[in-house]
Design a protein around this ligand. Structure first.
Ligand SMILES: [Mn+2]
Length: 285
């Protein structure tokens, strides 16, 4: 038995998971995944439809809720109202997760995705400290629902605040929350980390969720990433959670533009998901 469970993001197929009645859950099940990432920027996912879909599967599929801050819902904001909206958004994700029997809410929920803002070192530390206090409130709320949080460092093009595992450690040291860990994503690490195996080692006990894709956001094994050393570092770290394939459909005007998914990275998105799973199962054993 593998130490890992394999999941896939709904974003491979749709920007809005509700498109076609959450049928990506059927697709994930048919391909052979054990888990499904359900991403939502507004928290408006239909728990009843999702539960119906999950219970109609031949194989057991576990959901993971993925979120990200936005300009109006951002706990790192200077604006108190926007911070409050950001905290309420995370609470909503936690509520939804708990309703669909998901025990993990993850993603870059600590700030607005795509925000670009220059800060001096002193300003940065002040924002980090203030944001960590908001995460502490979110984590206390999540603890009450039996949900963990996993926060994702993003590359410089997507976040002004936390780009590396080391920066996330500093942030989480300040948040002092037991149920908050780190989400590592190979795409972002490949841009920001000098060594991916070292970044994985550094995550240590806080390594809580793993999103993977090739250096071009494509199918693992078809690009320049060194998957053997990534898998070796992951095994050495003791991580036993999800290995989750994340990429974005290039076929939806608004969503694909937000995600900068300009071209297909596989013949079809179904093929993307099945080739990805086959490769990941060979590498993460
Ligand atoms: Mn990611």
């Amino acid at each position: 038995m593998s130490d890992y469970k394999f999941a896939v993001s709904a974003w491979i197929w749709y920007g809005n998971p509700a498109t076609n009645g959450y049928d990506f859950i059927d697709k994930a099940g048919e391909i052979g995944y054990d888990g499904i990432e359900i991403p939502t920027f507004d928290g408006n996912i239909d728990e009843k439809q999702i539960l119906d879909k999950l219970s109609s599967q031949k194989r057991k599929i576990e959901p993971v809720v993925v979120g990200g801050g936005s300009p109006d819902m951002d706990i790192s904001s200077e604006n108190e109202k926007i911070r409050e909206n950001g905290l309420n958004y995370i609470k909503k994700l936690v509520d939804k997760a708990s309703k669909i029997n998901s025990f993990l809410v993850c993603g870059p929920i600590y700030s607005a995705v795509g925000k670009s803002l220059y800060l001096t070192a002193e300003q940065r530390e002040r924002v980090i400290r203030r944001t960590a206090l908001e995460i502490r409130k979110a984590s206390e709320y999540a603890t009450g629902q039996g949900v963990d949080l996993a926060l994702e460092p993003l590359c410089r093009y997507d976040s002004y605040l936390i780009n590396t595992t080391a920066e996330m450690h500093h942030f989480l040291d300040l948040a002092e929350s037991e149920n908050v860990g780190i989400l590592l994503d190979t795409f972002h690490m490949n841009i920001e980390e000098r060594s991916m195996p070292e970044a994985i080692r550094l995550a240590g006990d806080r390594f809580r969720h793993f999103q993977v894709c090739e250096n071009d956001r494509g199918v693992p094994g078809k690009g320049s990433l060194d998957w053997k050393s990534i898998a070796a570092a992951t095994e050495k770290s003791g991580y036993k959670g999800w290995v989750s394939l994340e990429s974005f459909t290039p076929y939806e005007q608004e969503f694909s533009a937000i995600m900068r998914s300009w071209r297909p990275l596989s013949e079809t998105q179904d093929l993307f998901a099945s080739e990805g799973l086959n490769y990941l199962k060979k590498i993460f054993v």
